[in-house]
Design a protein around this ligand. Structure first.
Ligand SMILES: Cc1ncc(COP(=O)(O)O)c(C=O)c1O
Length: 416
């Protein structure tokens, strides 16, 4: 155990004087982690704050629109499959790290039937613990130390940590007006060290769904640059919200358009099963490699090395049987309409989301002041800086009727 004197000496050492206060105080937790814990995740802080405020004021009085954690029941086909596999004699042991082959084949069939690919097969699929697991496995597999990963801003805040986990460097590219994907801004950031671009459509936090023409332009340019330099610039297409679309918005996956791509998917959002941790990587079958077994074997091995080992066996079975169940999106459409009406009434500036269950309005006044005033009104939202975009805030309408109703009143009040 550290004595007080030792801790004082540690605190006063020259290296520690320069370090942030949080890391000087801790000797048990690695510096990078303790700094992240104290300064890093705005979303985690909001989550903890929400739990505390609900205990003090009662859950019915807090409008918690902070977290993207759908509170709705999963599709009936999923629940039926749960019951079916719970009472069947199933295998609960390890399997190949890529997952059950029959489930991978079912995923591949569904991707072909839905037009994402022409000829993807089970061998191109690796089952993962959600999209988070999928992205970490891909990054672990492809990154050399110091490799750059281009991320359009605003971005899902966890990307920063995922890239850092595997020795990469996140390079931000600005988006255009109304947060449209800006292909020229992405290309400007390409260097000899660029290894990948992350494309997230529909986008968390902006709700934008990128049009096919824009994605095709990005794909064409990345192909040209990859050919020129003789090594691939990969695309990681992070698409857990692709079924959550409004007003006939059309989703296109860049993974369908660009050979050197990894599609990362999760059922967390479409099926409201975020706690179950199930998703996959689909590698574009035209990806340019002369050694497929090593690529797929390495992805599967990284699933193991990262400690996931394999996607949960029971969930693989259930998802394998319920894959094609249509997600329920009506509750999101209704909530989006109500919140947009309140934002319009309050005169907020925002782009109407085309997908996801998020809206990303501009803060009236400074971000800090707005977030503080919102919290005083027991309205929990995530500040834009968490997504690399100060002066904006994210509302999640994966929330109860009551929370949305309260949020609408409070948003109008806060705009005055
Ligand atoms: C854009 C984006 N990517 C990945 C994830 C991680 O998804 P999962 O929890 O299903 O792994 C999330 C979760 O919120 C997300 O918003």
């Amino acid at each position: 155990m550290q004595t007080i004197e030792k801790l004082d000496a540690l605190r006063d050492s020259p290296a520690d004087v320069a370090a942030p206060v949080s890391s000087r105080m801790h000797s048990t937790v690695a510096r990078a982690i303790v700094d992240r814990y104290h300064n890093g995740s705005e979303i985690r802080k909001m989550f903890d704050d929400g739990v505390r405020l609900k205990t003090i004021h009662g859950p019915d009085n807090v409008a918690d629109l902070s977290i993207g954690n759908p509170p709705f029941p999963p599709p009936a086909a999923f629940t039926r499959a749960l019951q079916q596999f719970a009472s069947a004699r199933g295998r609960h042991s390890y399997m190949q790290n890529a997952g059950f082959l029959d489930v991978r084949e079912a995923v591949a069939r569904s991707l072909n039937e839905r037009g994402f690919f022409n000829a993807i097969e089970g061998q191109h699929i690796v089952m993962t613990t959600g999209a988070a697991g999928a992205i970490n496995v891909v990054l672990k597999t492809i990154l050399e130390p110091g490799d750059e990963v281009i991320v359009p801003r605003p971005f899902f805040s966890e990307y920063r940590y995922y890239i850092d986990n595997h020795g990469g460097r996140m390079v931000l590219a600005d988006t255009g007006p109304a947060f449209d994907l800006d292909v020229a801004a992405i290309l400007e950031k390409v260097t000899a060290s660029t290894r990948a671009v992350i494309v997230n459509s529909p986008c968390n936090p902006t709700g934008r769904v990128y049009p096919e023409t824009t994605l095709q332009a990005l794909a064409d340019n990345l192909k040209r640059l990859s050919d020129q330099r003789g090594s691939p610039i990969f695309v990681i297409s992070d698409e857990p919200y692709r079924e959550l679309l409004f007003d006939n918005a059309r989703f296109t996956s860049i993974a369908s358009l660009y050979c050197n791509s990894f599609m990362c998917y999760s059922w967390s959002k479409a099926f409201s099963i975020a706690g179950e941790r199930i998703g996959y990587i689909a590698v574009n079958p035209t990806l340019r490699t002369d050694d497929w077994p090593t690529l797929i074997g390495s992805l599967a091995m990284c699933n193991r090395f990262l400690g996931f080992v394999n996607a949960p066996a029971f969930m693989q079975r259930v998802i394998g049987a319920a894959l094609n169940a249509p997600p329920e999106t009506d509750h999101y459409a209704r909530r989006r309409t109500l919140l947009c009406q309140a934002l319009d009434e309050g005169g907020y500036r925002y782009a109407r989301p085309e997908g996801t269950f998020y809206i990303f309005p501009e803060t009236p006044g400074t971000e800090d002041d707005f977030i503080r005033r919102a919290r005083e009104e027991l309205l929990l939202v995530v500040p834009g800086r968490a997504f690399g975009a100060e002066g904006w805030f994210r509302l999640s309408f994966a929330a109860t009727d009551r929370a949305v109703e309260l949020a609408c009143e409070r948003l109008v009040r806060l705009s005055r």
